[in-house]
Design a protein around this ligand. Structure first.
Ligand SMILES: [Zn+2]
Length: 122
């Protein structure tokens, strides 16, 4: 991801430099192309530096979602990756693969590095 944005940033910077020098060959439009070229180069360099910064921040701690079947006689339980919009007691569209009943999110946990689980109060 970071490498890709760097490559794109380099391409944009190169395109900006091309516009800059191409515009200079046009005596009437040179200042317009000059500013467009500068703008494009600055966008390209912003992408280059942004790509480098992405390495610094730690990734957010992994969050998991505990899904349980609504059917009291069914013991189906699933732990899956947290998805955007998940919250405790959220009814799911997905049906239980065991009995076909509806399923509800029973818990959302942050997995700490020590493997401890903290319940989020939503
Ligand atoms: Zn079930």
């Amino acid at each position: 991801m970071g490498l890709l944005s760097k490559v794109i940033g380099a391409i944009i910077s190169g395109a900006g430099a091309f516009i800059l020098f191409y515009g200079m060959s046009d005596p009437n439009m040179s200042w317009v192309w000059f500013f467009i070229g500068l703008l494009v180069i600055s966008i390209g360099f912003q992408m280059l530096t942004a790509g480098g910064k992405q390495k610094a921040p730690k990734p957010p701690p992994p969050t998991i979602t505990e899904v349980k079947c609504d059917n009291p006689t069914c013991d189906f339980k699933e732990i899956r990756d947290f998805q955007k919009g998940d919250y405790v007691l959220k009814p799911l569209d997905a049906k239980c693969p065991k009995c076909g009943s509806k399923m509800t999110i029973q818990g959302v946990y942050i997995v700490k590095e020590e493997d401890e689980k903290d319940k989020i109060n939503v």
